[in-house]
Design a protein around this ligand. Structure first.
Ligand code: SF4
Length: 463
């Protein structure tokens, strides 16, 4: 007899999923055609009539490898090494492509867009090989560094599958202790949690004419990834998108639509804090978890005292709430719960400004249990921003014509690439589960603190 085990090892199926629209190349290759023809003729003599060699010169990356050579350069292959222009400055000039400035916005920069597109296309971790050439510090998440001191002798190996590192997190109500009556039956609050296999949930897609297909992609991707898609209740009702992986978000103006939900959700979110609506929602769905979605700088204490145990803290798409960045705000919320002695009972989900894989472990170290992804998902689906994308309402975002299966696979690829990078961080830190990373600020360094330690007292510092 075969004994069936309920256990399955979590795995995301990735598949190469090409872009629908080729992204603009990084460089423009400006060729002086007459001079190039002269160069090719000269080299034809030098290479004894070897046409293929002469036509492909002077680039080793194949930019000049069309049948007509450099007369129609393949700009998408140019890596900007400048070899051609150093050797033949009178023939070739390489310039940054101004079209790329229209990718993303001032926060989600063109190089971030490149990285996200690569991850969504391949499902793999981007490896550059030539070392990191950027600055070692900066604004936002760049002002925080994770301690990867064990990277040279990682104690865990999760990414290659030799050891299992869990990326599952629990969302819900987790009382610190249980109380029993004389007969041994539990009385009072008992744990009510749902587990998701990655510490990412998919946040609300942007409104617009592609809303239906976006909502279908998010709901199906969440189902396959064993996580949650947050969708406005009006979208859930209008497009019949129920299911255990959908987390309806209800606002005051969409409250009546709760009656039309096809089933009781596993978890439902209330936009904004309203104690009466919170109690009404709990009474309406007694078996469901109820999350409250509030700005990241909100005071959590009155809500926690009322019984809220799941929060979704939101910053804008650039990571700010008011004038403060998410790093500071998440730590503030986390510390407030620690000081109240309730941190273990509460789940914190956070969103806003999390657009690179490394932002996820940083946000978790600051105190989140899980992150909600927004603009990075849109970029994976080849969204174009029309100007700055900061707030949900005026964000002008356009998508190409999308197919559900393509979109689902792109999101699965992206999540897999981000999960693998999270596994690298956990492996380097010797951690076997992401739950243990939450609030572990001893695992990171803040540029602000290090600079203060190093330079305080030196004339001119901090001016
Ligand atoms: S810059 Fe480098 S990659 Fe680009 S065309 Fe010149 S040689 Fe080729």
């Amino acid at each position: 007899m075969t004994v069936q085990s309920g256990y399955h090892r979590y795995h995301i199926e990735t598949r190469f999923t090409p872009d629908l629209i080729p992204p603009p190349p990084r460089f423009r290759v400006r060729v002086r055609k007459l001079r190039l023809i002269g160069l090719v003729l000269k080299e034809l003599i030098e290479f004894r009539g070897h046409v293929r060699v002469a036509l492909s010169r002077p680039c080793v990356y194949g930019v000049f490898s069309r049948p007509v050579g450099g007369l129609a350069p393949k700009e998408e292959l140019c890596v900007g090494c400048l070899r051609c222009t150093v050797q033949y400055p009178e023939v070739v000039q390489i310039c940054p492509n101004p079209e790329r400035l229209r990718l993303g916005d001032s926060y989600l920069k063109p190089e971030y867009v490149d990285t996200i597109l690569y991850e969504a296309r391949t499902g793999r971790v981007p490896v550059r090989g030539a070392g990191y050439r950027g600055p070692f510090g900066g604004d936002g998440w760049d002002g925080m560094w994770t301690d990867m001191s064990e990277i040279v002798r990682p104690t865990r190996d999760g990414i290659h599958g030799r050891e299992f590192i869990s990326t599952a997190v629990d969302i819900g109500e987790k009382p610190s202790f249980l109380t029993f009556d004389a007969a041994g039956h539990p009385i009072g609050p008992t744990p009510r949690v749902l587990s998701i296999q990655v510490p990412f949930v998919l946040d609300v897609p942007p409104p617009g004419r592609r809303l239906r297909v976006l909502a279908e992609i998010f709901a199906e991707a969440a189902r396959q990834l064993e996580t949650l898609a947050i969708l406005p209740v009006e979208v859930v009702v209008r497009f019949s998108l129920g299911g255990p992986h959908v987390m309806p978000l209800v606002r005051a103006e969409t409250w009546p639509l709760l009656e039309k939900l096809p089933e009781s959700p596993r978890i439902v979110a209330l936009a904004g804090w309203d104690p009466d609506r919170y109690r009404a929602l709990r009474a309406r769905f007694p078996e469901s978890l109820v999350a409250v979605r509030v700005p990241m700088d909100a005071d959590l204490e009155p809500m926690v005292r009322t019984g809220v145990r799941v929060f979704h803290l939101t910053a804008d798409y650039h990571g700010y709430a008011g004038r403060r960045f998410a790093i500071e705000l998440i730590q503030q919320a986390h510390r407030q719960l620690v000081d109240m002695g309730l941190r273990e009972e509460v789940t914190l989900i956070g969103s806003g400004g999390i657009v690179m894989a490394e932002h996820v472990p940083k946000a978790i170290i600051c105190g989140l249990d899980a992150v909600a992804l927004d603009t990075a998902l849109w970029v994976a689906l080849q969204a174009r921003f029309d100007g700055e994308c900061v707030e949900p309402a005026p964000a002008a975002v356009t998508f190409p014509r999308l197919k559900t299966a393509w979109g689902v696979q792109r999101l699965k690829n992206l999540v897999n690439a981000w999960r693998d990078q999270l596994l690298e961080v956990l492996g380097a830190m010797g951690l076997r589960e992401v739950r243990r990373l939450r609030g572990e600020v001893g695992r990171c360094m803040f540029q602000r603190d290090l600079e203060r330690e190093a330079f305080a007292g030196i004339e001119g510092f901090g001016e």
